[in-house]
Design a protein around this ligand. Structure first.
Ligand code: TRP
Length: 334
């Protein structure tokens, strides 16, 4: 609890170009949560170097992502928006938690198995202990809730296991975080293969709509979206392409799937695709404009970065000092 509010932690990696999936599925939802919770939204750059990055590119992307958090509507005076690498407590707590995590547990992580297969030439220890760093992120702020997608649920479970194990030895040190369930953000699928999640690293440029795509590109990608030959607009798992288009439409307009189906009753797929594309264009417009504006204001963003790093450090240090004491590190002489 901070000032009577429950604490929420989440983060995103600044790798790849953000898609409307990241926005409609996560960011847009974060904005809605920011009144109810004391929120920490991190740009998790420590996590990013588990795979090789170009340094200049990583720095640029991290700054863009942080700017985008604000452009998407997160008030940086209310929400702690910061770089993970500016708070050394993440790495320090991560080390301690490593000593409370079993190899066997980490070996079971499906994301590790996937990434190890994908980066077979660089299966480094950081890739293996990635979930422990994520546990440190969450536990450092004594987070009560963590909004995560289904792909990160296993990491949240291991976080809870580590926290419970630590508390079992030393008493109630960590808050045990819960996944944020509730009206969850939409899960947006690829426009070219609706069985696959829309991904920022998809090789097919028509599969993903990027947050910074211009209106023409957006409309063109929707026109090419894969549908089916059933020639009817219904919201069902048998028509994953149409369902995805309706999900996107609803996420952009705030309508329910029933309302959307009714609205498109009798329309052809071409009309639907165009309408969905237009709804995306208008949902992204204010975000893109604000992003362009903010990007020009270096001093303002710098000030946000500094202020929020200080704030994050303050809370992180509180937990870290407590943990260090519990495990038996000597007291600091001041
Ligand atoms: N691993 C998450 C992802 O790739 C990002 C992340 C890092 C995160 N630390 C976190 C998400 C803590 C939630 C809470 O999506």
């Amino acid at each position: 609890m901070i000032d009577g509010k429950k604490v929420l932690f989440s983060g995103m990696q600044a790798t790849g170009t953000l898609t409307i999936g990241n926005y409609l599925g996560a960011l847009q939802n974060w904005v809605k949560l920011s009144d109810e919770y004391e929120c920490f939204y991190s740009v998790v750059d420590l996590h990013s170097i588990t795979v090789r990055q170009d340094p200049a590119e990583l720095r640029k992307r991290a700054r863009n992502l942080l700017t985008l958090y604000i452009a998407a509507g997160l008030d940086p005076k209310k929400n702690c928006i910061y770089y993970q690498s500016h708070v050394s407590g993440h790495a320090e707590l991560s080390w301690i938690l490593n000593c409370f995590t079993y190899m066997g547990e980490l070996n079971r992580m499906t994301q590790f198995k996937d990434k190890a297969a994908k980066h077979a030439d660089n299966i480094n220890a950081g890739l293996f202990t990635y979930p422990v760093l994520m546990a440190a992120d969450i536990l450092l702020y004594q987070a009560d809730v963590v909004p995560v997608g289904i792909d990160q649920m296993q990491h949240l479970e291991i976080t809870r296991d580590i926290a419970q194990r630590f508390n079992g030895v030393y008493g109630d040190v960590f808050t045990i975080p819960e996944p944020y369930v509730g009206k969850s953000g939409a899960k947006i699928m690829s426009l070219q293969d609706p069985a696959k999640k829309m991904s920022k690293s998809d090789e097919n440029p028509n599969a993903s709509v990027y947050l910074m795509d211009d209106p023409d590109t957006i409309i063109r990608k929707f026109k090419r979206a894969v549908t089916d030959s059933m020639a009817r607009i219904a919201y069902t798992d048998e028509q994953p392409g149409i369902k995805n288009l309706l999900d996107i439409y609803c996420a952009c307009t705030g309508k329910t799937s029933e309302e959307a189906v009714k609205e498109f009753d009798g329309s052809g797929y071409g009309d639907l695709k165009l309408a969905v594309g237009e709804s995306v264009v208008s949902a992204l417009k204010p975000v893109q404009e604000r992003f362009a504006e903010l990007s020009k204001d270096k001093a303002y963003i710098d000030e946000i970065i500094k202020e929020n790093a200080d704030k994050a450090n303050y809370y992180a240090m509180k937990t870290l000092r407590k943990v260090q004491k519990k495990v038996g590190f000597p007291e600091r002489i001041r």
